[in-house]
Design a protein around this ligand. Structure first.
Ligand code: ADP
Length: 187
């Protein structure tokens, strides 16, 4: 299975991606996690990404697309993957399509976690207190939500037109939402 999980910041993508990828025995590839690991490790990539992340902006496509191309070339991603947090704009979606097309493959489905704005803000503020992520301050959260509706949400329509979209209600217990995702993928 070659999957993309899309949804606003705070929708619970990371939690669900982790569970669903394990169930399907495919790698969970989170661009946010990869960037954070690089920031923590002080790598060149981390230095390039850090200022954008802390401002709630997207890391430039050139940096992000190259990183994803590298990751998808790894042996564990050859039989499938679950992308979490990528693509996040039209340009990234086009690059991903090209990367896969070069290998004669394509996405099987794009799962959208549908969560209302208020739930998302509440979750993010809650996480800010618990995890202390540098991009979880109120101003930056607002910016990330704006970036999502301006740049990422249009992708939902794009994938719907391509017949790939499976929309799942992202409000409920973790187990319920996982079950909805699994059911949506089976349909
Ligand atoms: P969230 O979904 O809560 O916003 P992520 O962990 O997915 O968190 O991403 C955190 C930050 O990492 C983003 O705000 C952005 O700066 C950067 N990032 C992650 N994925 C991408 C991407 N595909 N393109 C550009 N920047 C990205």
């Amino acid at each position: 299975m070659r999957l993309v999980l899309v949804g606003p910041p705070g929708a619970g993508k990371g939690t669900q991606a982790h569970i669903v990828a394990a169930q399907l025995s495919i790698p969970h590839i989170s661009t946010g996690d990869i960037f954070r690991a690089n920031v923590a490790g002080g790598t060149e990539l981390g230095l390039q990404a850090q200022e954008f992340m802390n401002a709630g902006e997207l890391v430039p496509d050139s940096v992000t697309n190259a990183m994803v191309a590298d990751r998808l070339a790894q042996p564990d991603a050859q039989t499938g993957f679950l992308l979490d947090g990528y693509p996040r704009n039209r340009e990234q979606a086009v690059v991903l399509e090209g990367l896969l097309a070069e290998r004669g493959i394509a996405l099987d489905a794009v799962v959208e976690l549908d969560v209302d704005n208020e739930s998302v803000i509440a979750r993010l503020l809650d996480r800010a207190i618990k995890d202390g992520r540098a991009d979880d301050t109120e101003d930056v959260i607002r910016r990330r939500l704006d970036v999502y509706s301006e740049q990422t949400e249009p992708l939902v329509g794009y994938y719907r037109e391509h017949g790939l979209l499976r929309s799942v209600d992202g409000v409920g217990s973790i187990e319920d939402i996982t079950a909805r995702i699994v059911a949506a993928l089976a349909s």
